[in-house]
Design a protein. Sequence first.
Length: 34
Amino acid sequence: MSGGYGGGFALLVVLFILLVIIGASYVGRGGYGY
């Protein structure tokens, strides 16, 4: 588990977490009209 796959998976997880956080803050501000 050197380099390629491990690093790519970590990057994918980080991007997913950022997307969730941004989405949650967007909804929290009433972005979807809730």
